[in-house]
Design a protein around this ligand. Structure first.
Ligand code: NAG
Length: 364
């Protein structure tokens, strides 16, 4: 019976099977070639490897699903920038735009196109139909336009980063349906409008970085219910209103940057007795006194309350904090003695207040 294995028919079957393994689906191949033709490389680099009919093997930046042989990942990260004679030099450079043809790669799970600086145009809105997408990382390009309005359809998305681009418009309301999202980074764009009030629905979120935009309105209290949140950076925006008190009651929040906004009212006492280690509230319109709420569990590597309208004394409890590395209370209206535990601090940390005294400033 073994003879059967070598009939011409079986040979033919074997051959066609192995050649199928060596080429990717023609529709994926065509989509990738369209994607490539919308981009331009300054030197032959990545795209030089995009030849032949098997986009699944040896095409730099492309990986396919083992079983389906469909394109699962596009990962084009710019190499390091070298500095020669003080001039930054980038050996690889890609310009152009992201073709909407990538939306034909229906099995795509990661789209990573980072740090090329030269890629412009908008994020093709049709990417919200790529239902297997888990990762979108477009950091460090010149992408403009808005975020796709129905981005909330991407139920498997865990990482959305479009930091350091020129994206404008509002944060789409549907974003809060991305309930698997762990990492949101939209820093340094031109995003305006409010933070969606129900952002707290993103229960898996551990980093929410929205700094360096033109976001306005209040800090939604719902954020305080994201109990996995470690890092919240809303600095350099136009946020107004009070700081939600429950931000100081979050289980694992360790970095809270709210600096350079228009936040008002007083500093919630909870923030000073929390597990936060980096707290920057500088350049706001905060008033009242610094809460007398430091305790033995306080461990601040950075505590910056400078450039506000804080009044009154430096609270006595500050001496009981177990560690405060960098402190800046300058440019407020504080008055009274500086606790002796801080007498070796740089004078600039306490300068420009109404009447603070004692070391490192002049004697009371
Ligand atoms: C705190 O924020 C201000 C304003 O955005 C910034 O200038 C300052 O460097 C930050 N402080 C620290 C210690 O990083």
């Amino acid at each position: 019976m073994a003879v059967l294995w070598f009939t011409p028919l079986t040979l033919l079957l074997l051959l066609s099977f192995s050649s199928a393994v060596r080429s990717c689906p023609p529709s994926d191949l065509a989509a990738l070639l369209d994607f490539k033709s919308a981009l331009h490389e300054s030197h032959d680099g990545i795209f030089k490897s995009w030849t032949g009919t098997d986009c699944c093997s040896n095409w730099r930046g492309i990986s396919c699903d083992r079983n389906s042989r469909r394109v699962a990942e596009i990962s084009l990260r710019a190499g390091p920038v070298y500095t020669t004679f003080e001039k930054p030099y980038r050996p690889e450079y890609i310009s152009g735009y992201i073709s909407p043809q990538i939306c034909k790669l229906t099995y795509l799970s990661s789209l990573i196109i980072t740090d090329w600086q030269g890629i412009s145009g908008e994020i093709p809105p049709c990417i919200s139909s790529l239902s297997f997408l888990r990762i979108i990382d477009l950091t460090g390009n010149r992408i403009s336009g808005t975020l796709p309005a129905d981005i909330g359809k991407l139920r498997h998305l865990t990482l959305l980063s479009a930091a350091d681009n020129l994206i404008a418009g509002e944060i789409p309301a549907t974003l809060t349906r991305l309930t698997g999202l762990m990492h949101l980074d939209l820093r340094n764009n031109k995003i305006s409008g409010p933070i969606p009030l129900n952002l707290g629905q993103l229960q898996m979120l551990s980093r929410a970085l929205l700094s360096g935009n033109q976001i306005s309105g209040p800090i939604p209290a719902s954020i305080c219910h994201i109990y996995r949140l470690v890092d919240l950076d809303l600095s350099n925006n136009h946020l107004s209103g009070p700081i939600p008190e429950d931000l100081g009651r979050m289980a694992v929040l360790s970095t809270l940057k709210l600096d350079s906004n228009r936040l008002s009212e007083s500093i919630p006492a909870s923030l000073l007795g929390s597990g936060i280690s980096e707290l920057n509230l500088s350049h706001n319109m905060l008033e009242g006194s610094i809460p007398d709420a430091f305790g033995g569990s306080c461990y601040f590597t950075l505590l910056d309350l400078s450039y506000n309208n804080l009044k009154g004394p430096i609270p006595k409890s500050m001496s009981s904090a177990s560690y405060i590395g960098y402190v800046d209370f300058s440019h407020n209206h504080l008055c009274g003695p500086i606790p002796s535990a801080y007498s070796n601090t740089d004078a600039s940390s306490f300068a420009y207040n109404d009447c603070l005294c004692g070391k490192p400033l002049k004697a009371c």
